[in-house]
Ligand binder design. Sequence first.
Ligand code: SAM
Length: 542
Amino acid sequence: MREAEQPPAMEEEKLQQLRSKATELLLREEWRESIQAYSHFITLCQTYIQNTTRDPNYLSKLQKSLCLAFSNRAEARSRLKDFSEALRDCDDALKMESTHFKTLICKGKILLNLDRYSKALDCFKVAIQDPQANANSETLNGYLGKCKKLEFLSKSGAFDISDWVLNGFRGKSPELAEYIGAVEIKKSEISGRGLFATRNIDIGTPFLVTKAIATERGILPQNTDSSESVQLVMWKNFIDKVAEASSISKKTHHLVCKLSTGEDNETLEVPDINLFRPEVEERIFSNENLEMGRMLSILDVNSLVEDAISAKVLGKNSDYYGIGLWLLASFVNHSCNPNAKRLHIGDHVIVHASRDIKAGEEVTFAYFDVLLPLSKRKQMATNWGFSCNCKRCRVEEGVCWKQDMREIEIGIERGVDLGGVIYRLEEGMRRWMVRGKGKGYLRASFWGAYSEVFESDKLIRRWGRRIPAMEAVVDSVMDAVGSDERILKVFMEGVKRNGGGAGGNLVEMERAMKLGRGVYGKVMKKQAMRNLLELTGMNEQS
Ligand SMILES: C[S@@+](CC[C@H](N)C(=O)[O-])C[C@H]1O[C@@H](n2cnc3c(N)ncnc32)[C@H](O)[C@@H]1O
C-alpha cells in the first residue's frame, strides 16, 4: 500500500512519530538531525495533503502541522546560519497561516540578523497583535525597539557610542547598523577599484559601517615562535569561517568573488555598491565557483587586522590580535596621505573621514603606519604585495634623492639631536620650495622627530623659534595625512604644558575636538570626546 493511501489513523501515527522525533532533536539542539527529521515529516505531510479527499477538519489539522514543521525547520536552519533556506521555510509557513506567531518571531529575528531592519519590524509589528504576545511582550517590545533604532541608524548614519565610551568601554558594545553613506565604487587612479565620495564629507563623519563576514580573535603569547604558531592557527580558523560564510550564502560568496587578489587590478569589474546593501536578497545570486587558491589570495589582500577603539584609547591588550573580512571596506585603497580612518567595535568596522573629503575624491585609509619616511613606507607596501601609487609617495619621490634628505635619515638613525634634524628639514623645504600639502607630507615622514622634540621641554627650549611651533606642524600634518592618535597626543600634551587641558582655552579645545573627531569619528557627544581626549593625553602607549 502506498503511503498516501494509508487510512488516517496510520497516517496520523506515522506523522506523530516523526513529529516527536523532530521536536526532540530540536529541543536537544541537534539542528542538522532535526532539519532532516522535519524534512521527512514535511514531505510526508505534503503527500497526505495532496492526496486526501477526506474530512476538511483532518486537512486543516495536517496544514497546521505542516505550518509548524516549516516554522521549526526554519528555527533549526537559522541556528545553523542558513538564513536563506530558513527564510524560505518561514515564507512557506506564513503562506499557510499569515499571522503564525512563532514563525513571525523566527522570521523577524532572521531578518534582523541579515540587517533588514524594516522587514524585521513588519514581522514583529504583526506578531505583537497576537494574543500570545502578552506573555512575551517585553521581549517583543525589545525587538521592536531594536529594529526601529537600527533602521534609523542605517538611514541617518547618526551613530552614537557616547554611553559606552563614558562607561570606560565596559559592558556590551553598542549596537551598530549596516550603513552606506555618500560613497560609490569607481575605477581608481591608485589601483583597480576604489571607494569615492559622492558628496563633501566633513571630518569625523562616518560613511561606512559594516559587519564582518568572519572574524577571528585571540591573545598572542609574548614569545615570538609561539606567537607565530598561534597566528597561524588563527589564520586557518579564519579561512574556515570565511569558507563557511560563503558556502551558506550565495550573496556572500558572490561578493567575496568580486574582491581583488592583488593581481590584474586594472581589469577588475566595478560592482554596483547597492549589491552590498542588506536589502538585496540571496535569490538574485547564482552559484559560482571559487577555488581555494583564489580565495586564499583574496583573504591575503583584503583581510584587515582589527584596531579596537578600547585598545587604542586605553592602550590595553597590546598582544590582542583580531582579523576579519569586511566586504565593502575591502574596496578602500591604501594611501600614505589617507583621508579616512577605521574603528572596530565588536564585529563592525566604522569608516569615517579623518580630514575633510571633497565630493568626487577617493576615500583611502592607511594599511600601515604612514607617519614614517618614504623608504620605510616602501618597505611596508612591498610586504603588503604592492608598490604604493599614492600622491604623497609621488611627491616625496621628487625630493627623496636630495643629499640633505639622505643625511637627515642617517642623522636620525645615528641618534643626533632631533631639533637639528627638524631645523635642517624645515630649511631644506624652504630651499626646495616645498609648500602646502608637500610640507605636511615631509613633516609626517619625520613625525617621530617632531613629536620627540615637542614632548621635550629641554629640546623646545634649546631650539625655540628656530623650529616651527607645535600647533603649525600639527595643523599641516593633519591637513596632509589626516588625524592620528599620536598627533592628537602631542597636541594634548602641548595644551597641558601651556596650562590648558580639558578646561583650556576655547580655540585650543576646538582644535583638539577637531583632531579627536578625525581620530575617533563623530560618533559621540562632546563629553565622551572630552573623556577620550583626556585619556589620549595621559596614555603613554597611544
Ligand atoms: C583591499 S584591495 C583595495 C581595493 C582594490 N583596489 C580593488 O580593486 O579591489 C588591496 C589591493 O589594492 C591595491 N592597492 C591598494 N592601495 C594601493 C596603493 N596605494 N598603491 C598601489 N596599489 C594599491 C593592491 O593591489 C592591494 O593589494
